[in-house]
Structures are given as structure tokens and as C-alpha cells.
Design a protein around this ligand. Structure first.
Ligand code: LRH
Ligand code: MN
Length: 424
């Protein structure tokens, strides 16, 4: 469904004076508002092609209706998000869930919606129809060279698809591991996986990156062959300069200090990007910032501090992607909330007085240090994020406009009630 510019204008006009009042209240007390707004406008988050329908769990899936039935409709839906918030200017494909049949026309369609292609994702955690070798006991770790070779070739094929779309990175998440003690030789599994990743790495174009995504458990429940940041860093360091780690917020054991992990991976120059989501227990893939927004803020605080220390460009030097699955919310509303939460955490992190924080740390003034952080976190930066959207041509209140335009109802009329989108 297309949303005409004038509809956004109309909706914004009705909210402008209230917005400007809130904004001026804020800009009065903040030094660098213009710089923050500029950075927010430049900060684009990639939307996963596999999270545009109702996901579900092994216990059930509840259709939402009007789900995209093919890649073209998925690009249209991400295009709609971009029209509304001007901060979702990229789509991340998962192959074979979303094979771009004619790459040229798909690329043109995406460009029409103001979208580029971020990382492409391979899939060696499911067996496809007619597949010769099964991944039941793993893919790149498999004891059988023929299975590893099949998985390597799939990843190389995914790189080719990505090149045709203008993508410049491959995300490899491996479900590989074991469910019972004794099932796996951990050392051999690591070495087979590394050897296989080296063959994939050798197929990367010069300007490409490979992101090694780690995960503590699921679908294997005893060991995972890329199970934590240390293992991912080991692979990325042994592979070479084009290899990085990818941090999916839901892939940690309970109470892991993710902001510390981020700080150290950044220090090592081996942090490639993120799969943003939130979770209370496992890999729940919930709306970003819906469970633990303070952790998200602390992660962005480490990102801003660490990237500035390295002179990195916030908008372009890391992969900013969402990885979510929707069971009870409208996927598009969920994604609008997630992008907003990321922009809010980033804006709050940009508010932190880094010099004063350094000073407090130098004096071991823990109370002062916390006050400086929480002063930023407790600042309502929503008017800044809304102003960035407004200046970029987006909606002051994307979800309110999404609802007032009855987008879901229109999508159901257009696509039907009983629809299933490929993905999670
Ligand atoms: C694994 C994961 C990975 C994707 C999949 C959709 O849990 O986070 O990033 O391949 O979700
Ligand atoms: Mn992920």
C-alpha cells in the first residue's frame, strides 16, 4: 500500500504546534540538538525480510492477514515503513526464504521505495526440498565433507545473489551444535567449521564483509558451535580482515553483560553489526526496547563512545539490522516501534557528557558516573527523534498515521485474510 506524501503532510500539520512546543522545551536544555538531529536522520536501520508476517512458535501461529505473499510485496511493506519513519532505508534478505528471482527488477523496485539491500543471510539450518544432504547433524561442522561442501556452495550462491542486489555483506548464523554430551567432538566441529568458513571467505568480493553470528542455544540444547562472542571472535580473527562478529541481542545467556561485549569487540575492530530485538528469557525476538530499554541505552552508550574513539562513522561503519518475530502484534507496527526504540537509545547515548563521565571515572566517583548516564537516559528525547523524521519527510507519529490510514485493513482487502509470509 502506498502512502502519499500529502497524507503525511496533513497528519503532521495537525500535530505541528504541539511538537514544536515539546521540541523547544528540550532544545533549551540540550547543547548539541542540531548535531543529534542530523545524526538521527542519517541513521538507517535494516528491516529483516523474514519478519513481515506473523511468526509463531512450535505451539502455534496466529495469522494477521494481509501478509506479503512474495518478495515484491515485502519490499512494498518495508517501503511503507520507510515512508512513515524515514529511518528504515534498507532490507536484509534471507535466502532461500526470499530468493530475488530477477535481481535487476528487484533492485529497481527497492530503489523506487528508497531502499538498499543490507546483509544477505544464508540458511543451512533447514533442509530444502530435493536437497541432497541433510543438515540434521549440522552444516559447516558436519563430519561428512559432502555436507560441508553443500553448505559452503549455498553460502557462495548467497554471496552471488547479494552482489547482484548491491549488498556488501553476508551473515552466517549456524544452528550447528549438539543436543547431548558425547554427540560431538568440539575441536573437530570447530576446525571443520573454520575450514568451511575459510572457503566461503575466499569467495567474498574485495569490498564485502562476513558477519559470524553467535548464539548460546536453540535449536541445539547442549552445545552450539558458534556459541558465544569469544568463539565468534576466534573465527573472525582466524578468517581475516573481512570477517566480523554479529551481536544478536537475544543470543546471550541470562544476565550476560552485552554492553561490555560490545565495548570489547569494538575495541578489537571485530564488531560487524547487530540484530536488534529484546528478550526476557531466551531468543524471544521481541520488540526492541520492550523489555530492557536501559540495556539498549547502555549498549548505544558503549557504541557512541567506542566508535568515536576510533573515528568511525555511526551511520555507515556497522550493520544496523533488526531480527524479530511477531506472535501477537501487527508486524509493521512492531517494526515501527523497534526502529523508534533504536533511534531513542541512540539519541540518549549522544546526550551523554563523555568528558564529565571520564572525569567521574578518573575520580572513581561512581555516584556521579551513574548520575551522568541516567540524566541522559531519563531525558525524553522523543521530540528530537520526531523532528528528525519531520525534516526527512516522515510522519511525526508513524503508528498513529498507520492506524488512521487503516493500512492493515487495506492490506487484508488487497491480499486476503489467510496469508503466510516466508520467514519466521
Ligand atoms: C537465529 C537468528 C538468525 C537468523 C534467524 C532468522 O536465531 O537470529 O539471525 O538467521 O534468527
Ligand atoms: Mn539473528
Amino acid at each position: 500500500m502506498l502512502v502519499e506524501k500529502y497524507k503525511i503532510q496533513e497528519s503532521n500539520d495537525g500535530q505541528l504546534s504541539a511538537h514544536k512546543a515539546k521540541l523547544s522545551g528540550l532544545t533549551g536544555s540540550i547543547a548539541n540538538t542540531e548535531l543529534i538531529i542530523e545524526k538521527l536522520i542519517a541513521f538507517q536501520v535494516a528491516i529483516p525480510s523474514w519478519a513481515l508476517g506473523a511468526g509463531g512458535t512450535r505451539f502455534g501461529r496466529f495469522s494477521i492477514g494481509g501478509e506479503p505473499r512474495n518478495l515484491e510485496e515485502k519490499i512494498e511493506d518495508v517501503g511503507l515503513l520507510q515512508t512513515l519513519n524515514q529511518s528504515s532505508g534498507a532490507i536484509s534478505l534471507h535466502i532461500p526464504w526470499d530468493i530475488p528471482g530477477n535481481a535487476t527488477s528487484i533492485k529497481a523496485l527497492a530503489a523506487q521505495h528508497g531502499l538498499r539491500f543490507d546483509a544477505v543471510n544464508s540458511n543451512t539450518f533447514q533442509d530444502q526440498k530435493g536437497q541432497e544432504h541433510s543438515y540434521k547433524f549440522g552444516s559447516l561442522q558436519h563430519v561428512d565433507r559432502a555436507v560441508r561442501k553443500q553448505a559452503i556452495e549455498h553460502n557462495i550462491e548467497v554471496i552471488k545473489q547479494g552482489v547482484a542486489l548491491g549488498s556488501a555483506s553476508l551473515t552466517v548464523w549456524l544452528a550447528d551444535g549438539s543436543c547431548f554430551p558425547g554427540q560431538l567432538n568440539f575441536r573437530k566441529a570447530f576446525q571443520y567449521t573454520l575450514e568451511s568458513l575459510k572457503e566461503i571467505y575466499a569467495a567474498l568480493p574485495d569490498n564485502w564483509k562476513i558477519f559470524v553470528e553467535y548464539k548460546a542455544f536453540e535449536p541445539n540444547f547442549y552445545s552450539t558451535t558458534v556459541g558465544d562472542w569469544g568463539q565468534s571472535l576466534l573465527y573472525a580473527s582466524k578468517l581475516g580482515p573481512k570477517a566480523y562478529t554479529l551481536v544478536d541481542l537475544g543470543h546471550h545467556l541470562p544476565n550476560a553483560n552485552i554492553e561490555q561485549i560490545v565495548s570489547l569487540l569494538l575495541m578489537e575492530g571485530k564488531l560487524g553489526g547487530f540484530h536488534f530485538n529484546d528478550s526476557k528469557y531466551g531468543d524471544d525476538d521481541l520488540t526492541v526496547g520492550s523489555i530492557n530499554p536501559y540495556q539498549l541505552f547502555l549498549i548505544f552508550q558503549e557504541l557512541v563512545e567506542g566508535m568515536d574513539a576510533k573515528g568511525m562513522n555511526h551511520a555507515t561503519d556497522l550493520g544496523w539490522m533488526i531480527d524479530a518475530s511477531h506472535n501477537v502484534k501487527d508486524p509493521l507496527e512492531d517494526l515501527l516501534q523497534s526502529v523508534e526504540a533504536i533511534q531513542l537509545a541512540y539519541a540518549q547515548a549522544l546526550l551523554v557528557d563523555a568528558n564529565a563521565l571520564d572525569q567521574a571515572r578518573q575520580e572513581n566517583d561512581t555516584v556521579k558516573a551513574q548520575e551522568i548516564l541516567q540524566d541522559a537516559y531519563r531525558t525524553d528525547v522523543r521530540p528530537l527523534v520526531a523532528e528528525a523524521r519531520l525534516r526527512a519527510g516522515g510522519a511525526l507519529n508513524p503508528i498513529a498515521l498507520y492506524r488512521s490510514l487503516k493500512v492493515r485493513e487495506n492490506l487484508i482487502k488487497e491480499r486476503g485474510l489467510v496469508t503466510v509470509a516466508t520467514g519466521l
